[in-house]
Design a protein around this ligand. Sequence first.
Ligand code: ADP
Ligand code: MN
Length: 517
Amino acid sequence: MDSVGVAAAAAHDAGPGPAWQSKCPWGAPNTTSISCSLADVMSEQLAKELQLEEENAAFPEVVAVAEGPFITGENVDTSSDLMLAQMLQMEFDREYDAQLRREEKKINGDSKVSISFENYRKVHPYDSDSSEDEVDWQDTRHDPYRADKPTTTPRRGFIGKGKDITTKHDEVVCGRKNTARMENFAPEFQVGDGIGMDLKLSNQVFNALKQHAYSEERRSARLHEKKEHSTAEKAVDPKTRLLLYKMVNAGMLETITGCISTGKESVVFHAYGGKSTTEDKVIPPECAIKVFKTTLNEFKNRDKYIKDDYRFKDRFSKLNPRKIIRMWAEKEMHNLTRMQNAGIPCPQVVILKKHVLVMSFIGKDQVPAPKLKDVTLSSEDMKKAYYQTLNMMQQLYKECNLVHADLSEYNMLWHDGKVWLIDVSQSVEPTHPHGLEFLFRDCKNVSQFFQKGGVAEALNERELFNAVSGLNITADNEVDFQAEIEALEKMNEDHVQNHGKKLATFSSDGDPPIYDE
Ligand code: ADP
Ligand code: MN
């Protein structure tokens, strides 16, 4: 490779001389001597500089404008979200159009009649800055091989003179005219090669076709609308796309491979981690990206989790809906961090950007670890999973000062022979006004799951609740138990009302509660 390069350079040095310079059809090259070593030739920097110089000379104003608030080479101004969004949209539109052209080509193939998708393009031909695009489009618009349209009768309704006159009611003319009118059908409506073949369509056939074409058009419009709607719902809005795009651009993520889950409140994607180690973080090889949905409907019934959480109390009232959603993401991040610090198996937080949380992926090779509800465990593993869960619930309560609040076999993954806890955006501190109720609900789910799963040792929900919380509620039925829980919560609330601060922990033994200092 090297020797070839050197040889080529040598040939270049020896070859061109004044002889060709005078004959060269492009005129004599400008003999500004740029000192140029082989290293320089290979240098990307030099190439860029040269190109910039060239562009400067060719389009002085354009470059001047481009250097303004917009883009200069690799130095993309990321401060304007709107601008980036527009850039991104443009890029998407171009990709869409390119795909459209490929489809158009595929459909038209060698057919004499070609169908144009021009009306379906997103980017106006004049907005497209790629010259290649333009050529392509002109090709389809002025296809030299395209059959001429059959001639139709002029407006006055007849042509010819004397006995050669043909009126618009002439069967043959009418047939041709009908054939020509097929061109007005929607582009997806396949009319075949008839237009180039002097085909004559009777009025009856034409009308039937027309009816069909229109109803097809309406149907496809409906389908299209539905599709658009559903993708908008399932995938992400442009702002989120931009956020993800920035993460990939910054090298934090390598590629986003696809969607793992679409829930009511979030969409989770899988991504391969990038190499960027900014913020002193090594990015895990595989990441899960949880995008909290920015449509509020689903979040309305979550108010009670966050509104009463003292950590967010002051902020809640002042926030707009968009910020509240970011707060869910923020909560998930904080809670995961607490769990991580306590050594509970859970995703590790990589980064939080607005309503998008990137964390380590639980699973391997793009396959997420199964939920506990979906995996069939041996009785031994089931028992192991139970004790581990009990342990994690205690750790969560005592060391992290948290109640999961949505704990069930749906939010526990089985990976590497152990249970991993996920989905903690709704988790609250035990002294949350409804914290103990949430804990009791968690206990019901967990003990039911493991008891059904055949773990004989599994505590019942009330025993589990006491084991986790360290409380000693003695009621032997659910109703009384629940009542005691609510009484404790109320006591805590009253304390907050009277003293302006919460209890550090609960105590049910009639001992004076332990106060926070
Ligand atoms: P939701 O609020 O929609 O239930 P979750 O956090 O439970 O959100 O995520 C939904 C699903 O996405 C989970 O059930 C799990 O299958 C998958 N998932 C979420 N986070 C991860 C992760 N870090 N690794 C692997 N899979 C994940
Ligand atoms: Mn979940």
